[in-house]
Write a protein that binds this ligand. Structure first.
Ligand code: DGP
Length: 113
């Protein structure tokens, strides 16, 4: 999709710190990390947000979570991690290409979820 930052990152037009890539998924470090490990996992196909997941593209969510498992292992998140997706204005979604925030490397405690 034109004018999508994450599509440009996936295409290599905007540099990123890649941590994982396969046929379906691209993962890279967040530009503004909110935890010692903060990685964004995105499907290569442009899906706007969680509300646009349907029976045709839902397998890509599974592919993202398979990648998350591998990345959590390679990042040594042995004590646990948090996965967040923001959908829409109230959630504070700023990039409208479905992505999962993988956060770890410190305890998060209670709150929010
Ligand atoms: P969200 O609020 O869920 O839409 O999060 C979007 C995230 O994307 C936010 O944590 C910052 C990150 N981000 C935005 N632009 C870039 C970029 O150009 N490079 C990288 N690495 N991350 C970006």
């Amino acid at each position: 999709m034109t004018d999508c930052i994450f599509c440009s990152i996936i295409a290599g037009k905007i540099p990123s710190q890649k941590v994982y890539e396969d046929e379906y998924v691209y993962a890279f470090r967040d530009i503004s990390p909110q935890a010692p490990v903060h990685i964004l996992i995105v499907p290569k196909v442009h899906i706007e947000s969680a509300t646009n997941i349907n029976s045709d593209n839902a397998y890509l969510v599974s592919k993202c979570f398979e990648a998350i498992t591998k990345i959590a292992e390679s990042e040594n998140l042995n004590d646990g991690f948090r996965v967040i997706t923001n959908s829409g204005k109230d959630a504070g979604q700023t990039v409208f290409h479905l992505h999962f925030h993988l956060l770890g490397g410190r305890p998060f405690g209670a709150g929010l979820v």
